[in-house]
Design a protein around this ligand. Sequence first.
Ligand SMILES: NC(=O)c1ccc[n+]([C@@H]2O[C@H](COP(=O)([O-])OP(=O)(O)OC[C@H]3O[C@@H](n4cnc5c(N)ncnc54)[C@H](OP(=O)(O)O)[C@@H]3O)[C@@H](O)[C@H]2O)c1
Length: 387
Amino acid sequence: MTCTVTVLGATGSIGRSTADLLDQHRGRFRVGAVAGGRDAAALARVARDLGASFAALADPAGGRDLAQALAGSGIACGAGPAAVIEAATRDADLVVAAVSGAAGLAPTHAAIRLGRTVALANKESLVCAGDAFMRDARRFGARILPMDSEHNALAQAIGEGRVEDITRMTITASGGPFRTAPRERIAAASAAEAAAHPTWSMGMKINIDSATLMNKGLELVEAHHLFAIDAGRLDVVVHPQSIVHGLVTWRDGAVTAGLAMPDMRVPIAHCLGIGERLSIARGRAVDLAATGSLTFERPDEERFPCLRIARAALAAGGAQPTVMNAANEIAVAAFIAGRIGFYDIAALVEGACEGFAARYPAAPADVEEALAIDAEVRRWSEARLAA
Ligand SMILES: NC(=O)c1ccc[n+]([C@@H]2O[C@H](COP(=O)([O-])OP(=O)(O)OC[C@H]3O[C@@H](n4cnc5c(N)ncnc54)[C@H](OP(=O)(O)O)[C@@H]3O)[C@@H](O)[C@H]2O)c1
């Protein structure tokens, strides 16, 4: 039986890797809808290549270009947020949620409300609205498959085990491009330097999050929600080879771990297979003897304060992760635009977390409230940057 797949964020890094696998296994999959942000030409190309039935662009201004690029293809299309929601809610056996940032929350949540199976790469959805998102997944019978490499590895390492038997869940970090750099060097880094990731090929926003280690902070919050595990049992360790992605320590001292080469097609294939294993053309299996040594070290929260800030936000709970995520998105965009320096990212995020702590002590009651807080923090962050 063919599996109908929808890809949200189809033109991005995860979207392209997903398209590569869908193309390799054409007989097995049919592509329903694809959605993208602003690049109409790229979205039309991927829609045609994959034989999608519907393409949606978030940017309403790109609607004409998209329609022109798809003329004669028989592929229906639309533009604007409502079109992206339509893409997310069209009939599908699997929805790949790979939009970057909290922009992915509304369409991913729309798929959740229909009880769909969702392969979740868009970690910001869970950071912005984790409690409400997971509660609705349970309420509407949606299944969430972790697509982030660390969480996919953890899910495989947990297997049939019980979360109450886990004493520690560890996610690994490559350490990013500045792992060994002194603080003064990091402080002067440009966006291009910060985006030069040593082991993974990814989109710009997650590249910067990897350089600040905020990506690990977001992933701690993601793991907390995905696996219903408390912050005290979550840990981060730096592992520059990026081969061990997640480790589970059990009550009896045994450790199970998920290993794979640093290639996002591995966790994507695991999700697309929904229980079956797919082959990956030009993929490489781990060869430990060839790798030689795997090394591990503690993260340095003095040079990488975003990890400390994220741990504190997770421990504090309430709306702190929502606030942190929104401020981080504004800060990262400003850093990419050359408006602020590397350590100004952490300063803005910490300022937002402190500034909104008393105003929003409780976790957002629903996704709508999470998005309202997100919008307010974005406005506050922009105003602070402009001051
Ligand atoms: N890349 C990785 O290796 C990796 C690994 C683990 C997890 N993740 C997570 O996966 C997500 C995607 O990451 P990425 O690296 O693939 O990002 P990316 O390369 O920047 O791609 C983002 C995608 O989202 C689209 N998009 C942006 N705004 C949208 C909107 N409002 N509605 C619909 N689509 C929209 C973009 O389209 P346009 O290009 O046209 O704007 C693009 O297709 C992130 O949450 C990231 O943290 C990524």
